[in-house]
Design a protein around this ligand. Structure first.
Ligand SMILES: CC(C)(COP(=O)(O)OP(=O)(O)OC[C@H]1O[C@@H](n2cnc3c(N)ncnc32)[C@H](O)[C@@H]1OP(=O)(O)O)[C@@H](O)C(=O)NCCC(=O)NCCS
Length: 164
């Protein structure tokens, strides 16, 4: 059993994030960025500095190893877009689900109304995480499903989540 620690991205995380992204197989990269030609160094630089975009960046860490990343990017009209990457050996442990819960807390703290994710139709794992959360709405355009979750009022989180 391993404890999963969730914390915000902070200065100095860029190299760890880049290692996480480099470890993603081509299919995972495509599912995350909708292209096979993503510049991972740029993507890591972007993810390591959420403050540049008024975004919220979260990391999942196990035994000091960075195993997951999630981001909430503010969008117009009280919305926020979310996206996730979890290292393959750590999938199906509920890490993305835990990161989503924490992003919903962050969204509530910011007064956002709803979060959404744009997910490829074939990305069953991401769709499952979002659908299993509970109340949601879906729309589809071509091969992309937009899943929207209401933020609602949520109790404040006082300590890092642990799931293993
Ligand atoms: C999509 C992705 C982020 C999901 O991460 P994850 O940490 O494996 O997600 P979770 O573990 O929270 O949930 C995924 C599945 O595990 C299941 N699960 C959750 N907790 C579990 C547990 N404790 N034990 C076993 N399975 C569990 C969920 O029910 C879900 O299963 P299902 O698909 O059979 O319904 C990950 O697969 C990934 O990084 N993919 C590539 C990038 C990507 O697609 N990003 C999304 C773009 S928005």
């Amino acid at each position: 059993m391993h404890d999963v620690c969730i914390r915000e991205v902070r200065a100095g995380d860029e190299a760890g994030i880049e290692r996480l992204l480099e470890g993603l197989d081509p299919e995972s990269r495509y599912r995350r960025w909708f292209t096979g030609a993503v510049d991972l160094h740029r993507a890591a630089d972007w993810a390591a500095h959420p403050e540049r975009f008024s975004a919220v960046g979260l990391l999942a860490i196990v035994d000091e190893e960075l195993v997951g990343h999630a981001v909430l990017i503010p969008a117009p009209q009280g919305r926020g877009e979310v996206a996730f990457e979890v290292a393959a050996p750590w999938r199906y442990h509920g890490i993305a689900g835990t990161l989503l819960e924490r992003l919903l807390d962050a969204a509530a703290a910011r007064g956002l109304r709803e979060l959404y994710a744009e997910v490829l139709l074939g990305n069953a794992d991401m769709l499952a995480v979002l659908r299993e959360h509970g109340e949601h709405a879906e729309s589809r355009e071509g091969g992309v499903v937009t899943v929207t979750l209401p933020v609602g009022s949520r109790p404040a989180t006082t300590s890092p989540s642990s799931r293993s």
